[in-house]
Design a protein around this ligand. Sequence first.
Ligand SMILES: Nc1ncnc2c1ncn2[C@@H]1O[C@H](COP(=O)(O)OP(=O)(O)OP(=O)(O)O)[C@@H](O)[C@H]1O
Ligand SMILES: [Mg+2]
Length: 322
Amino acid sequence: MEDQAERLREIVRQRAALGASAGGFGFPGGSSVAVTAPVENSRQAGTGRNHRIREGKARIITVTSGKGGVGKTNLSVNLALAYARLGKKVVVMDADLGLANVNVILDVIPKYNLYHVIRKQKSMKDILVETDYGISIVPGASGFSQIANMNDDERQNFINELETLSVADIIIIDTSAGVSSNVMDFIAAADDAVIVTTPEPTAITDAYGIIKIIATEYETPNMGLKLVVNRVKSVAEAKKVADRMTNIAGQFLNLKVDYLGFVYDDAVVSHAVLRQRPFMVIDPKCKASLCVRHIVDRMEKSDRGSSGGFGAMLNRLFGKKN
Ligand SMILES: Nc1ncnc2c1ncn2[C@@H]1O[C@H](COP(=O)(O)OP(=O)(O)OP(=O)(O)O)[C@@H](O)[C@H]1O
Ligand SMILES: [Mg+2]
């Protein structure tokens, strides 16, 4: 086992060093989209031009939280839309191991997901869903729980397939809540780890728990740690929560957490969820939409972290197995 793991690490190192060529995707707005239709209300991304992978080109943003239900999935999807408005090619990866939510709030029923990629039945471009909103999604829920069970051949193939996503400008990874090792793997892959909390004391405590674990796992984290306070009633309320969290992280954990912004508690959000459409689409000028646009502006201006991308994530997985 030791030898096999070392060999796989070597493959990841080599690929990271050399880059790799792979088939690209036709992104929404791109010039070469061959359309097939294995999903409802959306189009399958087809084979596009061949892109040369530029390692680390895509900015990988992981959206996570301590407590569940604080708004990660809504933030992930609407952040993606706000980025798409800026002309970026955006992919949202659903890495929630429990419930697949990204496709639900977009009213998409994917035919395939990462499970099929892991089992080598489909390629990444086969499962990538091009939505009607100018963003693509990688359906993943039932796939990620299979990562640990991959054999040598499947892992190698999976690395290649994940790398093909690097042709995007932005990859947003929507994780499940909590501090499971899988969530930590996605944080390891991220350039930016966006931690979402609400003003509720339980959400704040659990968000702090995540930050503490990051501090424990990484002596000097490479990823930029960012905080978003969701469902606030006022700017002052958001600032109070953010100040408290950033101060505690700095004082007790010696970690810099950037306050990225807040999202108002807005009835349009739950209305949008019920209608299975992003709130940015339902009402681009509602309070929540304006907040998300502001967050993207801040994100664009902020320092970008520099984690190892998917290679880092897979290295951690290989490391853990043995
Ligand atoms: N800014 C907001 N204003 C009003 N309601 C909101 C807001 N953000 C989230 N909600 C409500 O919270 C619900 C849960 O949001 P969401 O599914 O995005 O959370 P999550 O963190 O992804 O949950 P999980 O941990 O289960 O994956 C939404 O369906 C919506 O009703
Ligand atoms: Mg969710």
